[in-house]
Design a protein around this ligand. Structure first.
Ligand code: FAD
Ligand code: MLT
Ligand code: ZN
Length: 490
């Protein structure tokens, strides 16, 4: 392929043959083994959604997609692949943003989509055990009926899988409140490349019996095994949810407002999200809907509270708003009065990802930097692209705009560069500039999206040699033939 001129197909991996295909068809049935070419069971179009990522930026050339229906089938698939040196890519909802979920060459895609059953739920402890292929929103709706909530929420909830979420260690919109999956995931069931089933579906919150091996799979990005089920601790769903959308003059005032929100809203604060004016301009240009606030503001933030007493929470939020307005930290604000308005305010934030690619492409950086300096990265990058004559209004310029948004409450910024076309000059201006900028401040070059193929070369900006060497040793221990998601970050 010429998609990745710098990467060569590893010749140790076998090409898919008729014999391999026959084995999988026999094992899974015809419907669950989509094949192109070899025995012509499916067309290239059928395979396209598995070969191409959500952003349409990364494309593989896989000719075989397998959809196992059980852990035992995953075990047989991986064992066979390992013995026959067939490379595989585990795939969930294929919403990942670093090109990790699609093949690079002809790796076999093993999709979790048919493994979609809830296995167990305990209404007292809130422990949920479910197959890896359960769609996040489906899991959350199931929990809603029982008065519980999935401790993770993100814009791709309608298609991402909980197994994919765990494999990327997704952060999302409420990490501030419910914490990272490294804390909420209690156990996993996974299949190792040699077919071994690692049954560690613990339902316990506390379990200090040696190394916590499941942590390696959380954020492992499919490089050491395939997760087949997850056990997770789910919190009580709050009865009262309020959302406020605020306009602010400066990043300094935004930081003060965050501090006040923590002090005054304390235990009910469940999200604090940042959006700059550029991100909202793009959203409104593409969606053409009414802005929640009159006039434009350099910064916006979305604050969500989740508590048990509606009256008490509303009073707290109103008092807080009054206070930050009196102190002139916030210029204008609106509070959702009903569910429709609440969803609409959230869409201002969640809809950025989809709208930002409108002009043709986007360079995405998902970074973690000490909060004080966080937005300066956007300003410095914007200036750099302007100075290089790469950003402007007409088609002559590749860059449309430089945008910042993200999970302010977690010091996690999404720096996005909306472009009319992918362009070598823009790339040269961005990299390694952005990574060096982050490394100088001891930040992380990937806060929540992972490394995949997009960031694989840059791990050294956030992890030292000793750490990367240990990661390689772990990879070799779990996957000595290197068949699991090759060419990606490790
Ligand atoms: P995929 O994209 O299919 O896979 C992602 C990676 O995990 C790949 O490396 C794949 O090989 C591996 N993988 C998938 N399933 C398994 C499995 N069962 N076993 C082993 N490996 C597996 N991320 C955030 O952190 N926070 C956000 O707020 C956020 N918002 C998003 C909003 C939108 C609109 C979109 C499109 C994406 C967003 N993301 C966000 C990216 C995020 O990583 C994914 O949405 C999600 O976690 C990936 O789940 P998935 O099932 O789609 O996984
Ligand atoms: C988000 O927070 O919206 C997601 O991480 C996706 C993105 O970075 O665009
Ligand atoms: Zn995010």
């Amino acid at each position: 392929t010429d998609s990745y001129p710098e990467i060569k197909r590893d010749s140790r991996f076998a090409q898919i043959s008729k014999e391999h295909v026959d084995y999988f068809k026999e094992l899974l049935g015809k419907e669950a083994a989509l094949v192109d070419g070899v025995t012509a069971g499916a067309t290239e179009d059928d395979l396209e959604p598995f070969n191409s990522d959500w952003m349409r930026k990364y494309r593989g050339h896989c000719r075989l997609v397998l959809k196992p229906g059980s852990t035992e089938e995953v075990s047989k698939i991986l064992k066979y692949c390992n013995e026959n040196m067939l490379a595989v890519v585990p795939q969930g909802g294929n919403t990942g943003l670093v090109g990790g979920s699609v093949p690079v060459f002809d790796e076999i895609v093993v999709s979790a989509s048919r493994m979609n059953q809830i296995r167990f739920f305990d209404e007292v402890s809130g422990v949920l055990v479910a197959d890896a292929g359960v769609v996040l929103e489906v899991a959350d709706q199931y929990l809603a009926e029982k008065g519980y909530i999935f401790p993770l929420d993100l814009g791709a909830k309608g298609s991402c899988h909980i197994g994919g979420n765990v494999s990327t260690n997704a952060g999302g919109l409420r990490l501030l409140r419910y914490g990272s999956l490294h804390g909420t995931v209690l156990g996993i069931e996974a299949v190792l490349p040699d077919g071994t089933i690692l049954d560690d579906l613990s339902r316990l919150r506390k379990n200090n019996t040696g190394y916590d091996l499941k942590q390696l799979f959380i954020g492992g990005e499919g490089t050491i095994g395939m997760i087949t089920a997850v056990s997770i601790h789910c919190p009580q769903r709050s009865k009262a949810v309020n959302v406020a959308f605020l306009g602010l003059e400066s990043y300094e005032k935004l930081q003060q407002t965050f501090k006040e929100a923590k002090t005054q809203l304390g235990e009910i604060l469940s999200a604090f999200e940042l959006m700059d004016s550029q991100s909202q301009d793009i959203f409104h240009k593409v969606k053409d809907n009414k802005r929640p606030l009159e006039g434009e503001h350099p910064f916006y933030c979305l604050i969500e509270t989740s508590g048990s007493n509606s009256e008490h929470d509303s009073e707290k939020l109103e008092k807080f708003l009054e206070d930050v307005m009196t102190k002139e930290l916030v210029t204008d604000g609106v509070v959702a009065e009903n569910e429709t308005q609440l969803r609409s305010l959230w869409s201002q934030r969640e809809g950025i990802t989809e709208t930002i690619g409108h002009w043709g492409g986007v360079y995405k950086y998902d970074v973690s930097i000490p909060i004080k300096d966080m937005y300066k990265l956007v300003e410095d990058t914007r200036k750099r692209l302007e100075d290089a004559g790469l950003k402007g209004e007409s088609d002559k310029y590749p860059v449309v705009d430089v945008v910042g948004y993200g999970h302010m409450g977690d010091s996690n910024l999404h720096l996005n560069i909306a472009v009319r076309r992918y362009d070598k000059e823009v790339e040269a201006a961005l990299e390694p500039f952005v990574y060096e900028w982050i490394a100088e401040r001891n930040g992380s070059i990937s806060a929540e999206h992972g490394l995949g193929i997009a960031k694989k070369k840059y791990i050294g900006y956030s992890r030292n040699e000793t750490t990367v060497d240990l990661m390689k040793q772990i990879k070799n221990l779990y996957d000595p033939n290197g068949i699991m998601n090759p060419y990606k970050y490790i």
